[in-house]
Design a protein around this ligand. Structure first.
Ligand code: ATR
Length: 264
């Protein structure tokens, strides 16, 4: 039986096992997908188990998307460009790091029939998934990307990676068409301590968080008359891309898939 893992810390909130195990079963693949909370000093050991063929593939989540890179032999072009890896495969005995978050975000926005071209996008946060979102936004030809992060240094590091960013001090606001919460605020029902009250009607409030389904950020955006979307489809599409890399199969994404992820 093949074995797959998602590794991260924390990892409790991850719905990856639910989704991958559902698709494995649907496709009669003799494999199991589990989650594993690890510490940074165990990264090398667990990744080496892929080379030893004890593990067949790993998804990587917060906070290890960058720190796994030194243990890999090769990176896909997109993983290289973003310095972010969320899927590891063994290919011709090489450990290869891929980034399926970019396709995940792009396909989610497309399937929601949202048009980002020419839009001014304000990103809150500068963590693991943000380089992937920025790369995807640049490909969508947005007019401007503004990033604000509590720890300014991390936003500055991003700017050295993507020079078309505008940076804003945490706590300051700027006009936008689309605001993306890419912080972890909301995972545990926290509110974001920013004043959104001026931003009403016809804006898009997008949250990368999908569990809980509606964060306080989205609730507030909605109350102000804006459109809101959570990160559920992004999550599904990034998993879908990883599944395709590992198993060569693209399962259908339909209402049943969405139902699998309903929290009960
Ligand atoms: P990592 O940054 O380790 O990759 P992440 O979950 O991808 O982890 O990112 C967490 C994001 O949420 C970061 O942008 C973080 O800001 P810092 O870089 O300043 O840590 C942000 N974040 C977490 N808690 C926050 C808080 N209480 N207020 C503001 N931003 C917060």
């Amino acid at each position: 039986m093949k074995k797959y893992f998602v590794i991260g810390n924390p990892i409790d909130h991850s719905l990856s096992p639910k989704l991958h195990n559902y698709w494995l079963k649907e496709n009669n693949i003799d494999a199991i997908y589990d989650k594993k909370k690890i510490e940074e000093n165990h990264l090398q050991t667990i990744i080496s188990e892929i080379k030893e063929k004890k593990i067949n593939g790993i998804n990587v989540t917060v906070p290890f998307k960058k720190s796994v890179i030194p243990y890999l032999d090769k990176l896909s072009q997109e993983a290289e460009q973003t310095q972010s890896v969320n899927t590891i495969i063994l290919s011709n005995d090489n450990l290869v790091g891929h980034n399926t978050d970019i396709a995940g975000f792009t396909k989610a926005i497309k399937s929601l029939k949202l048009d980002f071209k020419g839009k001014k996008v304000f990103i809150l946060g500068a963590g693991g998934v943000v380089p992937s979102i920025i790369l995807a936004l640049n490909r969508m030809n947005v007019s401007k990307i503004i990033v604000s992060n509590r720890t300014k240094k991390k936003a500055e590091d991003l700017k050295s990676q993507f020079n078309n960013l505008d940076l804003l001090d945490w706590g300051d606001m700027v006009d936008f068409d689309i605001i993306i919460n890419a912080t972890s605020l909301g995972l545990n029902k926290e509110t974001i301590n920013l004043d959104f009250s001026k931003y009403r009607n016809n804006k898009l409030f997008y949250d990368v968080i999908y569990n809980p389904e509606e964060t306080n950020f989205l609730k507030e955006g909605k109350k102000l008359g804006n459109k809101t979307e959570n990160g559920k489809l992004m999550f599904i599409y990034q998993a879908h891309e990883a599944f395709k890399l590992w198993h060569g199969i693209e399962p259908p994404i339909n209402s049943q898939t969405l139902k699998i992820l309903n929290n009960d």
